[in-house]
Design a protein. Sequence first.
Length: 266
Amino acid sequence: MGNAMVTADTEVTKEEATAAVLSAFKGHVQRASIKEIASHVPEQRIPESHVEGGDNAHWRTSYQMMTTRKPLTSTGSLKGGAGMVIGGYTPRTTRGARAFTWRAAIDSGRLSRDTRMSKIRMMFDALDGNDDKVVPREEFVDLLIHDGTDPKDAAALFNQLDEAHTGRLTLAKFDHYVSCHTLSMVRDTFKNLDESHDRQIQRREFIHYFLGNGLSQKQAKDLWEQIDANGNGKVNFAEYRDWARETLASATLDEISVQLGLSGSW
C-alpha cells in the first residue's frame, strides 16, 4: 500500500508502528527494509494540527483498519493505547473443530524461533497498556470487558494464561501459554487424523484427511513423504508432533489473537 507522504519526520503512534511492521512481515517475509515498513504506514494519517479541534482520534488506524480509506467513526480499543483494536470476543471453536484451515497453515510456512518470539512479544505488548512488562489480572479482565468480552469469559481466559495463579501475566507466561496451545492443536489434529484409533496415522488415513482439507492428491502425497521420514508407511505421535508443532505455529498465534480479541493475522 505505498505511501509517498511518509517522511523521516513523520510521527506515528505505537499502534500504527506495530501495524506497519506486522503488515510488512506478513506471510513468508523474513527481512524487510525500513523503507518497506514505512510504506505500510496508513495513507489516511494526517497531522493532528490539521484536524478540526486538534483531535485526530478518528484518524488513528490499527492493523484491522489498515485497508480502510475513510475516517473511523467508532472503534473500541485497548485502554492505555495498548496497541490493537478489539474486534469483539470470539470464543474458541469446539474441541476437534479448529477455526484454522490446513491450507492456510501450510502456506504460511514455518516460523523461525526469532520470528515466532517477535510475534509473541508484539501480542503481549498489545495487552501491556502501560509498558511495564506485566499485565495484572484486573487490567487484563478490564481490557477485555471494556471491548465486549463477557466478564466470566475474560476471567476464565486469564486463569488459563496464569497457570501459577500469581495474578499477573509476564512475557514468559504468555510464551508458555502459546506453546501449550500449539501442543493442544497438535493433539487435537492427530486425533482427527487417527481414524482407526490405533495411535498411529496410516497413509490412507492421512491422504483421505488432507484431501478433505484443501490439499490436492499430489500435495497430500508429498506432505506424507515429508512426515514419514523413515518410509515405514505410518506416522506415530512423536513424528507428527515434530512436524505439526512448527507448521501450526502461525495458526496458533491467529487462534490466540481471536481469543484475546486482537484483530489481524499474526
